[in-house]
Write a new protein. Structure first.
Length: 349
């Protein structure tokens, strides 16, 4: 008797009567797909592409370079998530400046309270998943009047990036595996433009292999029937309206702004800038330092990988000059990076 997964795979193969390109947007999905070997389970005419869903990978060089310049100041302590430490900047990485690794923005706030004579700066990266906790910490710092705590803002919003992908003539995507974590915050309503405007179906899925397979089947069914909806296969966690408390907090602290994505360029309205009311906790306004002109590493195709235009294995540096032990690009550093996933699970073809 076939397992549920085998039945789903068999139906995908039966229905897939044309070339179908699906993109998973979430970095956790990228790792889960690679770990479970889902790409190898798919028919030859179904391609799974990795999108710009890794927050570390899309953080531009300019933010890394700015953080490095701050770290060089004697009265400043840089705090960051662990994945950011080894991401290459234009000249070096943060690693040589010994930043403090924290698990949340609030850990950095506590450090600021414990060290009133030093400036504590948190590198605020992430999507809608982590930005509410950053917003809450900024509000707490303001209420407590902790003047030596600030955030270097680099948080981003997923829907504008999906709009860019949907509008692009170069990126031939027929359906989108939508991010589970982000969707717990924003819900499914913000994705409706994909189906309504661009006629591209989307499906929110969880992270277990069976969740992802079910999401792929949902998308294949829509595509072969020429339908376009935003379906939710992760309804046990994701609600259509999202988390209203978190969304209210985001709107209280942040305002949409144009934002640069590493290797991709500026995407209008895709960033979250700190409101003027909280400028005392905005490191980009508080500390004006000269930074070098940022330049992508020669030969790195991270930007094309993040848009699904190339696979990691198509990079001349992959597995040779660029490895997890000696990364050239951010996609090899992050635990959610597509290059790291391909390398770790042997996807070299």
């Amino acid at each position: 008797m076939n397992s549920p997964a085998q039945c789903i795979i068999a139906e995908i193969k039966k229905l897939c009567d044309r070339q179908i390109n699906l993109m998973e947007v979430c970095g956790t999905h990228t790792m889960a797909i690679a770990a479970a070997g889902i790409r190898n389970m798919m028919p030859g005419n179904l391609k799974l592409l990795s999108g710009p869903g890794c927050p570390v990978c899309v953080t531009p060089l300019s933010v890394i370079d700015h953080a490095i310049e701050l770290a060089r100041q004697s009265d400043m302590i840089i705090t960051t998530f662990g994945d950011m430490v080894r991401v290459p900047g234009s000249r070096s990485s943060l690693e040589i400046y010994h930043p403090r690794i924290v698990y949340s923005a609030r850990d950095a706030l506590v450090l600021a309270e414990q060290n009133p004579g030093q400036e504590i700066i948190f590198i605020g990266i992430g999507f809608e998943t982590t930005s509410p906790s950053i917003a809450a910490t900024i509000m707490e710092a303001s209420k407590k009047k902790v003047k030596n705590f600030s955030v270097l803002p680099a948080v981003k919003s997923i829907p504008p990036a999906l709009d860019l992908i949907a509008r692009s003539r170069r990126i031939n995507v027929h359906g989108l595996i939508l991010p589970g974590h982000v969707s717990t915050i924003i819900g499914t309503h913000p994705y409706q433009f994909l189906a309504g405007v661009h006629h591209i179906p989307g499906c929110v899925t969880g992270f277990e292999p069976i969740d992802i397979l079910q999401g792929i089947l949902d998308l294949v069914r829509q595509i072969v029937k020429n339908e376009a909806r935003i379906d939710n296969e992760y309804a046990r966690v994701v609600k259509p309206e999202g988390n209203q408390t978190a969304l209210t907090m985001l709107a209280r602290v942040f305002v949409p702004a144009d934002s640069e994505w590493r290797g991709i360029g500026v995407i209008p309205g895709s960033g979250l800038a700190i409101r003027a009311e909280y400028r005392d906790h905005d490191a980009s306004r508080k500390f004006k330092l000269k930074t070098p002109i940022s330049a992508e590493p020669k030969g790195c195709i991270c930007g094309k990988v993040l848009l699904g235009l190339k696979t990691p294995a198509q990079c001349a540096l992959f597995g040779k000059k660029c490895t997890p032990a000696s990364p050239v690009g951010a996609c090899m550093v992050s635990s959610e990076g597509s290059c790291a996933a391909y390398y770790r699970y042997g996807l070299k073809k």
